[in-house]
Design a binder for this molecule. Structure first.
Ligand SMILES: [Zn+2]
Length: 103
């Protein structure tokens, strides 16, 4: 997966299209990510003893990684991500817009 935790991303489809946020969690096994402030869902919950109140809780839900683009920290553009190997053999991501290595 080319998006990781703590990346800044731009949502490019769905109801939150155009929103930017930081990746809070990444779930590579199902290609989903949780982005700060994106894809709020309303959860209806019943009271469960004293610990939980009844009502509607809003919280973020994971979205498909294909619905976002990485925001390049160097050029600030939504970037397509490429992979490149460094001289020491490390595989790193780079921004196809400005060519800078991202991590
Ligand atoms: Zn860039």
């Amino acid at each position: 997966m080319n998006i990781r935790k703590n990346d800044m991303v731009l949502v490019i489809s769905g109801k939150d299209k155009g929103k930017k946020g930081k990746v809070r969690f990444a779930y590579p096994e199902n290609k989903r990510i949780m982005v700060e402030g994106v894809n709020f869902i309303k959860k209806h919950s019943k009271a469960k003893g004293a610990a939980r109140q009844a009502g509607i809780i809003e919280r973020e839900a994971a979205i498909q990684v294909s619905n976002v683009m990485l925001l390049c920290s160097k050029c600030n553009h939504p970037a397509r991500v490429g992979f490149r190997f460094l001289a020491d053999g490390r595989k790193v991501r780079f921004c196809r817009a400005c060519g800078e290595v991202i991590d």
